[in-house]
Design a protein around this ligand. Structure first.
Ligand SMILES: Nc1ncnc2c1ncn2[C@@H]1O[C@H](COP(=O)(O)OP(=O)(O)O)[C@@H](O)[C@H]1O
Ligand SMILES: [Mg+2]
Length: 302
């Protein structure tokens, strides 16, 4: 599984509006509220259980371990899983008396776009990167989190049911027919960003919970389908994360495999799992922490 080249995409339908809100309105709202982060990484997929919170937590910890100042924002105010992960992390570090790379974290309790920008400015004035964990649903605030993303990370499970949100496929040939509901929404925002002269969002779809040997025949077929969808919809494909108890079991403690090197009282890190996290981090293609400026103005023009 390698990173697939990003190619030109088919245009999204012109009339994609969400809950009566035109994408132009969403992007205009984002563009007129400057934020100071060099990189906004939004982890989103309308599908629940795809691994958004898991990936957001691992990305945030990996970036903090590499020396970035990171703010994590949990947009899921019902489940609060990302926030609970980081609260457990703080508690684990205190209880074990170990120093861990820390991530500032907040839950957004309001649903307005204005609050998102206000909270980002309030909670992380000196942070370089913000990682936003979106709930598995469409809403005005999720649209804004996608519209403001420099990097959009979408975990998908290798099942045709999950791929349907990215693209409708011919059921016999599994060829691309049209964009799925989530992809349509992302495309509409991306096109609007381009129309408004803003830099393109780098969209990375990450196969998650891949079972051994790329998930057998069905996994292989889904990966092949993803490869066909990618140029039509406009994302690149990350190498992916396998299904591992080694990820899940540490989540309760707010830890990742990267943290075990700091905690001699816990078992040693799982080498392959550690490599997968670092590979995902590398595939985000961020500048090194020393080169990341704290941005003065808003979104970067194209
Ligand atoms: N790569 C993985 N290996 C093992 N378990 C995983 C993996 N990714 C996610 N999970 C588990 O799957 C469930 C759903 O993941 P979660 O990140 O909460 O999804 P989402 O935020 O998209 O709803 C959780 O129990 C999580 O621990
Ligand atoms: Mg979640």
């Amino acid at each position: 599984m390698g990173v697939v080249e990003f190619a030109r995409r088919d245009p999204a339908p012109a009339d994609v509006s969400i809950e009566g809100e035109h994408p132009r309105r969403v992007v205009a709202d984002v563009a007129r509220r400057p934020h100071h982060f060099e990189q906004v990484i939004t982890v989103a997929n309308e599908k629940g259980g795809a691994g958004k919170t898991t990936l957001a937590a691992h990305i945030a910890v990996s970036l903090a371990s590499a020396g970035y100042r990171v703010l994590a924002i949990d947009l899921d105010r019902r489940q609060r899983s990302l926030s609970r992960f980081f609260a457990s992390r703080d508690a684990t570090a205190r209880r074990l008396g170990v120093g861990l790379p820390m991530v500032r974290h907040i839950v957004l309790n309001q649903t307005s776009g204005a609050m998102l920008f206000q909270e980002i400015a309030r909670a992380g004035p000196d942070c370089q990167v913000v990682v936003i964990d979106a709930p598995g649903a469409d809403s005005p605030i999720v649209r804004r989190a996608i519209a403001m993303a420099d990097k959009l990370v979408t975990p998908v499970n290798l099942s045709f049911v999950d791929l349907d949100l990215l693209a409708h496929l011919n059921p016999v040939t599994q060829d691309f027919v049209s964009a799925g509901c989530f992809a349509e929404a992302v495309q509409a925002l991306a096109e609007t960003r381009a129309e408004m002269g803003l830099a393109a969002t780098d969209w990375i779809v990450v196969p998650n919970r891949v079972r051994g040997g790329a998930g057998g025949k069905m996994g292989e077929a889904c990966l092949a389908a993803l490869g066909r969808i990618s140029p039509r919809v406009g994302f690149r494909i990350g190498s992916g994360m396998t299904e591992r108890a080694a990820y899940r079991d540490l989540q309760l403690l707010g830890l990742t495999q990267l943290d075990l090197q700091h905690i001699p009282s816990l078992p040693r890190a799982h080498t392959v799992a550690r490599k997968e996290i670092l590979r995902l981090h590398g595939e985000l293609q961020l500048d090194a922490p020393g080169q990341v400026r704290v941005r003065k103005a808003g979104l970067v023009p194209a």
